[in-house]
Write a protein that binds this ligand. Structure first.
Ligand code: NAP
Ligand code: GCO
Ligand code: CA
Length: 265
């Protein structure tokens, strides 16, 4: 009987921004598949609350305070993880922010901040873990992309530029390190109900659904927002040996948005 292709037994997974939202759901799924979990975020409160929540679902996670844009902090964190859990086998570059501002009203600092966290930091994180993966003879890097890796929309220029760049960084890491048995793929969530998209789903004063909420429902064949749980299976697939010949691919988990022109009038 062939070993379970989707098992992560004995693997060390690091999920950036894994305190809540999509990161937490993916980390939970990787743990349920057998991985040992480390996650990081910037806020002590988020970290401590997340540790409690992981514990409540029976997961002994390691939580680190680390800003993924700071290379020194990243190096310290990955060295600590290597000492306590082992060399990172699976990196999920999930930490990310968005700012929704018309581009001509966006300051250079605001644009740079989004690109720093959403694009420069995945580079910093991948650079920190790849040497260990090369030594071990295997590795999985999963970059959390977006609909905005493929499509634009008003007010999210920095985010779209960063997530478009992250798609190509994913393909480049796949190209440069595939020979070391390191697979680098992207996960592209559609519109997912998390704190990041809460402003787009907040009901209006008159109790009616937010216009953007209605828009997304009309653009999604599944006629619903995604949940963080919808990312669980795809994350395990890309983190496991089931995807050892999948490399440089962006797996869109969007309920069909990218395939669909939108509900007919
Ligand atoms: P979220 O609810 O805003 O959570 C973001 C997480 O990242 C938090 O744990 C946050 O914690 C952490 N974080 C932010 N900046 C960080 C930094 N510089 N260093 C370390 N940690 C940092 O976001 P989400 O909706 O779960 O999204 C997660 C990822 O999926 C992001 O990359 C996002 O762009 C992407 N995505 C989201 C959707 C969606 O519809 N929700 C769709 C497609 C893609 P701290 O603030 O404590 O640091
Ligand atoms: C937005 C949303 C999107 C989602 C996601 C879609 O303001 O358009 O926040 O950017 O977060 O990236 O895949
Ligand atoms: Ca929480």
């Amino acid at each position: 009987m062939r070993e379970d292709r989707f098992s992560l037994d004995g693997k060390v997974a690091l999920v950036t921004g894994g305190a809540y939202g999509i990161g937490f759901a993916m980390a939970r799924a990787l743990a349920e598949a057998g991985a040992k979990i480390a996650f990081n975020c910037r806020s002590r409160e988020h970290r401590d609350q997340a540790l409690e929540e992981y514990k409540q679902i029976g997961i002994t996670a390691q939580g680190y305070l680390c800003d993924v844009t700071q290379e020194e902090e990243v190096r310290t964190m990955t060295a600590e993880i290597a000492k306590t859990l082992g060399t990172v086998d699976i990196l999920v570059n999930n930490a990310g922010i968005i700012k929704r501002i018309p581009m001509h009203e966006t300051s250079v600092e605001e644009f740079r901040k989004v690109v720093d966290i959403d694009l420069n930091a995945p580079f910093i994180m991948a650079k920190a873990v790849i040497p260990g993966m090369i030594k071990k003879g295997h590795g999985k890097i999963i970059n959390v992309c977006s609909m905005m890796s493929e499509l634009g929309r008003e007010t999210v220029s920095a985010y779209a530029a960063a997530k478009g760049g992250l798609k190509m960084l994913t393909k480049n890491i796949a190209s440069e390190y595939g020979g070391y048995n390191i697979q680098c793929n992207g996960i592209g969530p559609g519109y997912i109900a998390t704190p990041q998209t809460e402003p787009l789903r907040r009901p209006q004063e008159n109790g009616e659904r937010h216009p953007f909420d209605q828009f997304i429902i009309s653009r999604t064949p599944a006629s619903r927002w995604g949940t963080p749980e919808d990312l669980a299976g795809p994350a395990v697939f890309l983190a496991s040996s089931a995807s050892d010949f999948v490399n440089g691919h962006i797996l869109y988990v969007d309920g069909g948005i990218l395939a669909y022109i939108g509900k007919q009038p």
